[in-house]
Write a protein that binds this ligand. Structure first.
Ligand SMILES: [Fe+2]
Length: 353
């Protein structure tokens, strides 16, 4: 069941700690860095200002680009961002993304060497303080980082991933020549004193794999959420929705009449079949404090697995040498009680790690 989180009405002092943690530990922010904070009208102004002031306090040059609230996350690949924020992004060394997520101009910034951190997974929101305080300060982010590195290695070593659930999931993914990814929210590895990523989603972590077009056979019994356009953010089915995959493409949707019907209707209404390709990524949530709220923290709920569908053509979603899926949408499914094995080794059992 999705839950509502607390909405703050003024700056919570913990937010200053969060901003400092993100800049100093996760971003290794240095003086004279050009920091662009991209926000939209949903996010409290004091949170946006804390990110601007926090960068200034560390000697960086900071500015804010506030935008109108964008359309739902699932249509991020095809949103036309205004030319002013696109121009500002061209000068940034570090983008703090509280609004955009998955977009071509962010991809272009990455291609020319900028780094991007998304506290809030590109959606910000009115509840961002409560979500980040809970998932960053009430969890050990460095332990999550180290565990995510180990799980990324396990994905890299494995040749087959098998995911089942008592709800009816039974899907096999061929991991041949696929590299695992830690997705731990850290641009910088403070243990190694070295950069580890150019695009990081906060809160951590969701280790997993990016997949080329055409992988995956079986059934996903969705009991967590459907993150797609009609729900604006996501909706939680009250009974499983069964999504059947053949060679990396959805061929059937059944189960709960209301939620299966709505998803089927949405896919049928798309201009082409590109939204049906996937999974293009699979990720295991590991954050013990993440919850099923309106914030995209829900992709990090410990012991759950998220499956992505649709576009995978931008560099942050594209593995080396991959044939991507090109689509106007990217959307996701979550299962709450997976059992996952990598080459027979149990990683998570009935949603418990
Ligand atoms: Fe996704």
């Amino acid at each position: 069941m999705a839950q509502t989180t607390e909405t703050s009405t003024g700056l919570r002092p913990e937010t200053i700690r969060i901003v400092n943690l993100i800049y100093t530990q996760m971003c290794n922010l240095q003086p004279d860095t050009n920091v662009l904070v991209i926000a939209d009208s949903r996010t409290p102004t004091w949170v946006v200002r804390a990110f601007m002031g926090g960068a200034m306090a560390l000697g960086a040059r900071a500015m804010v680009a506030e935008n109108a609230t964008p359309p739902p996350p699932s249509v991020q690949p095809s949103i036309a961002w205004n030319s002013m924020v696109v121009a500002a992004a061209k000068e940034a060394d570090l983008i703090v993304d509280l609004a955009v997520g998955y977009a071509r101009f962010i991809d272009d910034a990455l291609d020319r060497g900028a780094r991007v951190i998304t506290p809030g997974d590109g959606t910000g929101g009115h509840h961002i303080e409560e979500s980040l305080i809970r998932t960053l300060l009430a969890a050990d982010v460095h332990a999550l980082r180290r565990e995510a590195d180990e799980l990324a290695d396990a994905f890299t070593q494995a040749s087959t991933c098998h995911i089942t659930s008592e709800e009816g999931t039974d899907i096999v993914i061929d991991l041949d020549s696929i590299e695992g990814e830690a997705n731990d929210g850290f641009l910088w590895d403070p243990d190694k004193g070295a950069w580890k990523s150019s695009w990081a989603i906060v809160p951590p972590a969701q280790p997993g794999v990016l997949l080329p077009k055409g992988r995956g056979n079986g059934v996903i019994a969705v009991d967590g959420f459907l993150l797609y356009e009609p729900a604006y953010d996501h909706e939680t089915p009250t009974g499983p929705v069964f999504v059947t995959i053949e060679d990396g493409k959805i061929v059937d949707i059944s189960g709960h009449p209301l939620f299966a019907g709505r998803l089927r209707h949405w896919l049928d209404a798309q201009p082409d079949d590109s939204a049906s390709f996937g999974p293009v990524h699979i990720n295991l949530g590991t954050n013990p404090r993440a919850m099923l709220t309106q914030h995209l923290e829900f992709e990090r709920i410990r012991g759950t697995i998220v499956f992505g569908f649709g576009d995978s053509s931008m560099s942050m979603m594209l593995g080396p040498g991959f044939e991507p899926v090109r689509s106007h949408v990217h959307w996701d499914l979550l299962i709450m009680r997976p059992t996952m094995t990598l080459d027979g080794r149990v990683i998570v059992e009935n949603g418990i790690m």
